[in-house]
Design a protein around this ligand. Structure first.
Ligand code: ATP
Length: 536
């Protein structure tokens, strides 16, 4: 992951926000290529949802319209949605290092933590889910050496004999016990089992964690000149509510009829307690959300439809099936709104920091009629849908919500594309799907000589009307190829002396580095065939 983060900075994809001031945790800026990549993914989602929505089960395209709602809404909307006063993510604090942690992230963080990896290594386990043969001597030795440095708060490090006694007691004094690393960690974090039961250790220092308590992740601000209780407002933590708030406006002002969807792409803000893993979990990020309104009797059909559609989407932008999986939420994971319905499933991607496991890329939830019912009750507005063919039939539509992270999507595209290749000067290339690549082609005059540059400029001016294309004149050709490999440009066209004589150029293909010559007049149609021809 370190290499990916450094490439992103070196080549202008993603920078730490306020970097010259030491950065600000959980905030990132997109550089010249990052913004192109992000826009490509964003535009593709919009096209697939709003401009050319998929064909529905009845053989005709489904109906979806877009909105772009305000980031700050009436605070009452967040009371109705449950974000204020209702649910909020449970948090735990470490009693030793005092760090605050989201309770549902603790075990994921433990799996990534340096001290847990080191502990597992001491028993020869490569994966924290592995079973291992636990020997007290190994644990004691680790506690006195690496453990002291990496996990000073861990009960095993502070009080090894008492801590180890609990496991010995439960395994009835067996010299060796076979358990998973996860199970052992709970014993290693426990000093007073009789009083506290088994404990969960802190991913930072190994200390014991408090019971989970509610915490609100919304950023708060004030609207207007007066800063008082009455002027408190919130930066939206999801784009979804802006859609529900406009549901009636859209119905009244356009010709959509249930079933239909409203799509929105935009910023969301969450005061995440532990922003981490580069842009995977940040405090400001972008979402691409669809709220699909349907009759409750059809909810299952539409959920299945969107499950399939959304997987197809991620594959079509270049994510490989091997790195994608669908995972149904366990019942204790379900959001308040999804409990009564068909549940939630995530599309997960195998990020380098979750491998061999997966991390959420998109959630597809059956939100039932929760949001519209809540807004109807809290606002007094009538949000029932009236069947246009039978006005005695009124109902609050159910909602299927495919909610994807645009920022996480960008990260998945970069991780998928990152390909080490010792054979080439750059040592790596980004294997972006051509439709996602920030630049589709580069025009490279072989030298900065008078004959090559004007021809290159002519070609550049012609192609840029149709494609995002780079004209790169400086440096030797090898370095320029290396740069284009590192930014994932699928095709390079080189202008040389032969071009002056016969108007042909060399095309170099990024992945194979194979070269062929084609006529300058054919470059545009070549790109159309190679790039647009792939269903882009
Ligand atoms: P998580 O469990 O990872 O916090 P979530 O289930 O709360 O995510 P949703 O509310 O379903 O996330 O939001 C939809 C999508 O928004 C997620 O699938 C993810 O891609 C993205 N997302 C959520 N939180 C963040 C964040 N802090 N940083 C970047 N992307 C995020």
């Amino acid at each position: 992951m370190k290499d990916i983060v450094s490439l992103c900075k070196r080549r202008g994809f993603i920078f730490a926000a306020s970097e010259i001031y030491g950065g600000i945790n959980g905030f990132w800026d997109y550089g010249p290529l990052g913004v192109e990549l992000k826009n490509n993914l964003r535009d593709r989602w919009w096209k697939d949802m709003v401009i050319t929505p998929p064909i529905g089960p009845d053989g005709s395209p489904v109906e979806i319209v877009g909105v772009d709602s305000a980031i700050i809404q009436n605070p009452k909307a967040w009371v109705a949605s449950g974000h204020v006063g209702g649910f909020s993510d449970p948090m735990q604090t470490c009693r030793k290092c005092k760090k605050l942690l989201r309770a549902d992230h603790v075990w994921d963080m433990l799996k990534e933590s340096e001290w847990v990896q080191s502990f597992a290594d001491a028993f020869g386990a490569s994966n924290v889910n592995d079973k291992l043969v636990f020997k007290s001597e190994n644990a004691q030795k680790w506690a006195q050496t690496k453990g002291k440095k990496l996990a000073p708060g861990l009960a095993l490090v502070r009080n090894p004999s008492v801590t180890l006694s609990w496991l010995a007691e439960d395994s009835q004094g067996a010299a060796q016990t076979e358990l998973t690393v996860t199970q052992i960690l709970e014993y290693m974090a426990t000093e007073q089992k009789a009083v506290t039961g088994l404990q969960t250790p802190c991913p930072h220092c190994g200390g014991d964690l408090t019971e989970p308590k509610a915490f609100n992740l919304m950023f708060q601000t004030y609207v207007g000149a007066m800063q008082s209780e009455d002027s408190i407002a919130y930066l939206r933590p999801e784009t979804a509510q802006g859609i529900f708030l406009n549901y009636k406006n859209v119905l009244d002002s356009s010709r959509v009829r249930v079933p239909f969807g409203i799509a929105q792409i935009g910023k969301a803000f969450r005061n995440e307690v532990n922003p981490r893993n580069f842009i995977f979990r940040s405090r400001e990020f972008e979402q691409m959300e669809l709220e699909w309104f349907c009759h409750k009797d059809e909810a299952k059909m539409w959920r299945d439809f969107w499950f399939a559609e959304r997987q197809r989407f991620w594959k079509s932008v270049g994510l490989s099936s091997a790195n994608l999986q669908m995972r149904d939420h366990d019942s204790d994971e379900l959001s308040h709104y999804a409990k009564a319905g068909l549940g939630t499933a995530d599309i997960e991607y195998r990020f380098p920091f979750t491998a061999p496991g997966f991390g959420e890329l998109e959630g597809i939830a059956h939100r039932c009629d929760f949001d519209l019912t809540q807004h109807q009750e809290h606002s007094g507005a009538k949000l029932e849908y009236m069947d246009p063919n039978d006005n005695t039939k009124r109902f609050i539509p159910h909602v299927i919500e495919p909610a994807a992270g645009l920022s996480r999507g960008v990260l998945a595209l970069i991780c998928e594309a990152y390909t080490v290749d010792e054979k080439r000067p750059s040592g790596l290339y980004l294997n972006f799907h051509p439709s996602m690549a920030p630049k589709k082609a580069a025009i490279l005059p072989l030298t900065a000589k008078d004959e090559h540059v004007p021809l290159a400029q002519k070609l550049y001016l012609d192609i840029r009307e149709d494609f995002a294309v780079d004209l790169d004149i400086k440096q030797n050709i090898g370095k320029r190829y290396a740069r284009q490999d590192e930014i994932g440009t699928p095709y390079c066209f080189t202008i040389d002396n032969d071009t002056v004589n016969d108007q042909t150029v060399t095309v170099r293909e990024r992945n194979t580095m194979a070269q062929e010559r084609i006529h300058m007049d054919k470059v545009k149609s070549f790109l159309h065939e190679k790039i647009r021809g792939r269903g882009v």
